[in-house]
Design a protein around this ligand. Structure first.
Ligand SMILES: [Zn+2]
Length: 59
């Protein structure tokens, strides 16, 4: 299963981003971050992540 990243919100997805179905998908990201609780995650705040999920780092 190949995961790709939404070019807008950086969420990792298999098909299309549920929030940005029109977005281009990127497959050369360098790492990933799993956000379970956006309120408590400093890194999520820093990256501007507002919804739980798996996100790509350094697209
Ligand atoms: Zn997106």
């Amino acid at each position: 299963m190949v995961m790709r990243a939404c070019s807008i919100c950086k969420r990792l997805t298999v098909k299309t981003c549920p929030y940005h179905p029109e977005a281009r998908l990127v497959d050369n990201w360098k790492g990933e971050i799993i956000v379970l609780d956006c309120e408590k995650s400093e890194l999520a705040k820093k990256l501007g992540i507002e919804k739980p999920g798996t996100y790509a780092l350094r697209l």
